[in-house]
Design a protein around this ligand. Structure first.
Ligand code: DX5
Ligand code: ZN
Length: 225
């Protein structure tokens, strides 16, 4: 018997058709997306360059959904105001890119935004032990960050389970998200391990069956037991 706990979907616009970004975000919103995930890459922290504050600024008036900003950039602390001003609702920073993680998390909160930490595949769950009481979200990268369309790394499942235990033991509601290579199959595995937010790019925006049908299929695959 499935529990009534719901898994949230965060479509990642990295895989969207940017010539039709407004239409595709509207379609994802109408299909019940819980938030929009925006991947920011600087060509330094990750080997790719993607989006910045102007895209957030353009999206802000066209959707009611929260805009979640995944900062794959060096020295994220320098850019938090710019993203907050552009309209980000939450900011996720990598443990690996943050020399002063506690300072950055509190900086995000001082801007009135939701704060999250992100772990690369090779970063252990214990890297966030001390910061856990201060964050709203933990995002586990299930691929190496930098590109959409990569294959899910099943080796991250034990870390998801470990973080689930750490979060439950802490007794505070912290969202546990996964990002990278999420399709129906990996969604089922990630949710079974304890994830409750699925970030998906290719599986939603590049799906042959269309955005709404792809999201419905992911929802079906991601039921909490
Ligand atoms: C990867 C990004 C992901 C990316 C996921 O570095 O953080 O959010 O958009 O894309 P898919 O779902 O195609 O793996
Ligand atoms: Zn991302």
């Amino acid at each position: 018997m499935a529990s009534d706990e719901k898994v949230k979907l965060a479509p990642s616009i990295l895989a969207a058709d940017f010539s039709q970004l407004a239409e595709q975000v509207a379609e994802a919103e109408a299909a019940g997306a819980d938030r929009i995930h925006v991947d920011v890459m600087d060509g330094h922290f990750v080997p790719n360059i993607s989006l910045g504050p102007p895209i957030i600024h353009s999206l802000r008036p066209i959707t009611k959904l929260p805009l979640e900003t995944h900062l794959m950039i060096s020295d994220p602390n320098r850019y938090l105001e710019a993203f907050a001003d552009a309209g980000s609702d939450s900011m996720l920073v990598h443990v690996e890119g943050a020399w002063h993680l506690n300072r950055i998390i509190h900086h995000i909160k001082s801007l009135g935004k939701s704060a999250g930490v992100v772990l690369n595949p090779a970063t252990p769950a214990t890297a966030v032990q001390e910061i856990l009481p201060d964050v709203d979200q933990v995002l586990v990268m299930t691929v190496n960050p930098g590109f959409g369309g990569q294959s899910f790394l099943a080796s991250t499942l034990s870390k998801i389970a470990q973080l689930r235990e750490m979060i439950d033991a802490g007794g505070r509601p912290i969202e546990l998200s996964v990002d990278g290579g999420i399709d129906c199959d990996s969604a089922t595995q990630a949710v079974a391990a304890g994830a409750r937010v699925l970030v998906a790019g290719s599986a939603i925006f590049r799906a042959e069956e269309g955005i709404a049908a792809a999201m419905a299929a992911l929802r079906k695959a991601a039921v909490v037991n």
